[in-house]
Design a protein around this ligand. Structure first.
Ligand code: GRF
Length: 201
C-alpha cells in the first residue's frame, strides 16, 4: 500500500507510522510527505527516513483547488493509494476528495462528532468534558465529518492543560494510527454509507 502523509507541523504521527512500518508487519510504504509549511518539523523527519516531500506554498496559487490539482497530479505520479492526514491544517475541496474518497483518512484529537475543527483539545477542556480522545476517520467534504474508522477514549484529569491532555491524546493517536493503516493495508476496512466495518482477519 503506497501512502502519502499530509502534515503541516511536528509530524509525530508521521513518525509513529513510519516507525511502525519500519518495525515490520504493516504491508505499506510511505512514498510521499505533502506539506504546506517550509518550517514544519515533519520535513526533517521525512528526510531522516529518506522519504520524498512535496512542499507547496498555498499563497502562490489562485485558489485551494489550484494547489490541490498540483497535489493530485503528484499523488497520481507516485501511485499513491492511501492519503493519511496527520495534522494537515487545511480544508480540502472536491478536487482532492472526489478521487480519494474512501482512500483518505484523517486523525483528529477528540471523540468526533464532539469538538471538530481547530483545537479539539482546548475545546474539550473549555467544555468541561470528562472524557475525550482521538478519532481516525475517512475524509469527506466537511470539517472532521467523515465516516469514523476508530476511536480511543482518553480521560480528562483535574488540572489538565492543553499540554498535559494533548500529550496523552497523542499517545493514543500514535498507537491507533498504525493500527488503522494496517487494517486498511490488509483490506479489512469497508465502508457502507457512513458506517465503517472492520472485518476479522
Ligand atoms: C494531532 O494531534 C492530530 O490529531 C491533529 O494534529 C496533530 C498533529 O500532530 N490533526 P503531529 O504533527 O502528528 O505531531
Amino acid at each position: 500500500l503506497k501512502i502519502a502523509v499530509f502534515a503541516s507541523g511536528s509530524g509525530s504521527n508521521f513518525q509513529a507510522l513510519a516507525d511502525a512500518i519500519r518495525a515490520g508487519g504493516i504491508d505499506a510504504t510511505i512514498s510521499l510527505v505533502v506539506c504546506d509549511k517550509p518550517s514544519a518539523y515533519v520535513l526533517e523527519r521525512a528526510k531522516a527516513f529518506e522519504i520524498e516531500s512535496y512542499l507547496f506554498n498555498p499563497k502562490e496559487f489562485a485558489s485551494r483547488e489550484a494547489y490541490e490539482e498540483q497535489i493530485v497530479a503528484k499523488l497520481q505520479d507516485k501511485g499513491i493509494e492511501l492519503i493519511v492526514m496527520a495534522g494537515y491544517m487545511r480544508l480540502v475541496t472536491n478536487v482532492l476528495v472526489e478521487p480519494y474518497y474512501g482512500r483518505m483518512i484523517n486523525i483528529h484529537p477528540a471523540l468526533l462528532p464532539a469538538f471538530p475543527g481547530m483545537d479539539g483539545i482546548g475545546q474539550a477542556i473549555a467544555y468541561g468534558a470528562k472524557v475525550t480522545g482521538a478519532t481516525v476517520h475517512f475524509v469527506d467534504g466537511g470539517t472532521d465529518t467523515g465516516p469514523i474508522i476508530a476511536q480511543r477514549a482518553v480521560e480528562v484529569q483535574e488540572g489538565d492543560t492543553k499540554e498535559t491532555l494533548g500529550a496523552r491524546i497523542q499517545q493514543a493517536e500514535h498507537a491507533m494510527l498504525p493500527e488503522v493503516v494496517k487494517w486498511i493495508a490488509d483490506g479489512r476496512v469497508s465502508l457502507s454509507g457512513r458506517v465503517v466495518t472492520v472485518s476479522q482477519c
